[in-house]
Design a protein around this ligand. Structure first.
Ligand SMILES: Nc1ncnc2c1ncn2[C@@H]1O[C@H](COP(=O)(O)OP(=O)(O)OP(=O)(O)O)[C@@H](O)[C@H]1O
Length: 611
């Protein structure tokens, strides 16, 4: 078992509202906030790139790491005092079990004795990637330390090999590695939805020509945003007019701040995704100092920014229904893969070129066991499905704090089919038949997953995370409720005067709705179902997205065709030509950092020095 309490303040949240922190699994508690990172798009200039990562102002670190069984009880930090306050105020907050508060203190001080076992992944298309990684993680970096800072690529590949041995075996000692050169990543086989994607084809063409992709193949045009583990740049695959969002992470900085594991998690999750509302990772490569992820560029910005532009700073209900429906499908897919997202908030929902959404930022996600279960085969006879299983998902759990016992039993199995009796038993009371033709009903919920990590963003944290009771996939349904509330009302329901007050409110205050704007009964009913403090009584606890899809709020939504629906807003095309070329006269403060080796001296390229 592993457990710990960690917190960070996110630059994105800092921009949104001072004092709101994002809390991360592998970091120390951070209170108070300082610094001023921003995700506001800005021109890239020298020194911004890695420095922005390195200087992350958000972290203030006091790690409360002590296992429940540890004898070291002397460490006190902000979490301790928060917990003490929670404890002393538990009665006034209506906390039922003060003992749970104790468990926050102890559980969140884990020494992180972690087994990382048998990572296995699959997509719904059945590709199986097998690996076995086992080891102890003592501080969140573990064997990943080998990828830090000046690590040679051979080291990185060692890790890749151990983590994904059946996929990618590199033998190069080159400084630049493009793991997409491995066969599993070199075609759209693993990403069938990309078959007609021009950007995918452009990437493949360059790879076919040059063998590997690296930084030198891209022009970095401007910085789109900056997060806790990296900066994201609008970039062009040179000469193709194909634009991407490139997330650049400084490896030494990540290692120094013990965030290598988070970066690794995000990359591996991105590699496994192929869904219209989730990011496509076109390629990933490493330089000596940087780790770069090349993803789809979303010109529409994020839903937080878009919400601020709405009259009253909230969306019309019709628009909300569209956005949350797409987010719901993305979460359903993630849960089907055994990924608990844990960081849903408007800032992480980006708007693509076509107005549909893309969920981003997976560095706080938890991978765990899942057992997708078909409970209703629609018009199809269940028998053929039993003979020809469609879903094949392996248990996986590689987060240090995952305490799910079944994590170590990798199997590939067919969906369970309930008897008609149990199917009847499980039918929700308010089920409505709003589909044109009934779809198969699938439970894709990793209901067994448990984590003790203290992760998320204050206003979005589920009560069970704050109370340190251990949490599972139901946290995503809590955050889904907060997200729905914020889009509809323009604010989150439990926000207090500060972060601590917010946490108290989440745990102890009842849900209330403002009088205005006027929101439908169905919407409020759905929020009420989601924002139930006890996870086991929360909507979707047992059957996941299937339960939510059937709520009257979504009546009339054609889930199968939602990607063809007209979005509430289509972003204006970005005029790439009008982005001024970066100049060399940038001030020291904002100044540069790296010049890709063969780009030095060219006016067309962004210059930045390796610091
Ligand atoms: N695909 C994209 N298209 C456009 N902008 C993007 C894209 N991905 C990220 N961004 C911008 O970059 C910012 C930082 O990205 P991201 O959240 O992935 O970084 P991070 O380091 O993981 O952040 P966090 O602190 O939330 O963990 C985002 O807020 C967003 O504004």
């Amino acid at each position: 078992m592993a457990s710990k309490a960690v917190a960070k303040a996110s630059s994105k949240e800092q921009q949104k509202t001072a004092g709101v922190q994002k809390i991360g699994a592998d970091e120390p508690v951070s209170l108070p906030l300082n610094g001023s990172k921003t995700n506001k798009p800005e021109l890239v200039s020298p020194k911004q790139l890695p420095k922005s990562v390195d200087k992350t102002p958000k972290q203030v670190a006091v790690e409360a790491s002590q296992s429940k069984t540890s004898s070291n009880s002397n460490q006190k930090g902000p979490v301790d005092s928060l917990i003490n306050q929670l404890k002393s105020n538990s009665s006034s907050l209506g906390l039922e079990q003060a003992s749970n508060v104790d468990s926050v203190v102890s559980e969140n001080r884990g020494s992180q004795d972690v087994s990382v076992d048998q990572e296995k992944k699959t997509s719904e298309y059945g590709s199986v990637k097998n690996s076995s990684v086992s080891g102890k993680v003592s501080d969140g970096t573990s064997s990943l330390a080998k990828t830090s800072g000046s690590a040679k690529i051979s080291d990185r590949l060692d890790y890749v090999e151990s983590g994904k041995s059946s996929i990618c075996r590199g033998s190069t000692s080159s400084d630049v590695s493009d793991e997409s050169t491995c066969s599993s990543f070199s075609s759209s086989i693993n990403k069938p939805h990309k078959a007609n994607d021009l950007r995918w084809e452009a990437i493949q063409a360059v790879r076919a020509r040059d063998g590997v992709l690296g930084l030198s193949h891209f022009r970095l045009l401007k910085r789109l945003g900056c997060g806790d583990i990296g900066s994201v740049y609008l970039s062009e695959l040179s000469g193709t007019k194909c634009y991407f969002a490139m997330k650049v992470m400084d490896k030494a900085s990540l290692a120094g701040r013990k965030k290598l594991l988070r970066a690794q998690t995000e990359r591996e999750i991105l590699q496994s995704l192929d869904h219209p509302f989730l990011p496509t990772l076109y390629t990933h490569f490493e330089t000596e100092k940087f780790s770069c992820l090349v993803m789809e560029f979303c010109p529409g910005g994020d839903l937080h920014t878009l919400r601020q532009k709405q009259p009253g700073k909230y969306f019309p209900e019709q628009a909300v229904r569209f956005y949350v429906a797409e987010v719901l499908l993305a979460l359903e897919y993630l849960h089907m893969l055994g990924i608990i997202y844990r960081d849903l908030k408007p800032e992480n929902v980006l708007v693509r070129e076509d107005g549909h959404i893309m969920l981003s930022d997976f560095d706080l996600s938890l991978r765990c066991a899942v057992s997708p279960t078909l409970i209703k085969a629609s018009s199809l006879d269940a028998e053929p499905l039993r003979k020809n299983p469609v879903y094949c998902v392996q248990p996986a759990c590689i987060e240090p704090s995952c305490i799910q016992p079944s994590c170590v039993t990798p199997t590939c199995f067919s969906p369970r089919l309930f008897s008609s009796k149990s199917k009847k038993d499980r039918k929700p009371k308010n089920e409505i038949g709003n589909q044109v033709s009934p779809l198969p009903e699938l439970i894709a919920e990793p209901t067994e997953a448990r984590s003790m990590s203290f992760v998320g963003t204050h206003e979005y944290l589920a009560p069970e995370i704050i109370k340190g009771e251990g949490h599972g996939s139901a946290v995503d349904w809590w955050t889904f409720g907060i997200f729905l509330y914020e889009l509809l009302f323009g604010k989150t329901p439990f926000k207090g005067s500060g972060n601590r007050a917010t946490l108290f409110n989440v745990v102890g205050q009842p849900l209330r709705f403002p009088e205005s704007p006027v929101v439908s009964f169905a919407a409020r009913d759905l929020i009420r179902g989601l924002l139930v403090k006890e996870p086991q009584h929360r909507l979707a606890y047992k059957r996941g997205a299937t339960e939510i899809k059937q709520h009257p709020f979504f009546e009339g939504v054609n889930w199968a065709l939602i990607r063809c629906a007209t979005p509430p807003e289509i972003p204006k095309p970005v005029e790439i030509e009008r982005i001024p070329a970066p100049t060399s006269s940038t001030s020291e403060k904002t100044a540069p950092t790296m010049v890709p080796p063969n780009q030095r001296g060219s006016d067309n390229y962004l210059e930045f020095d390796f610091f």
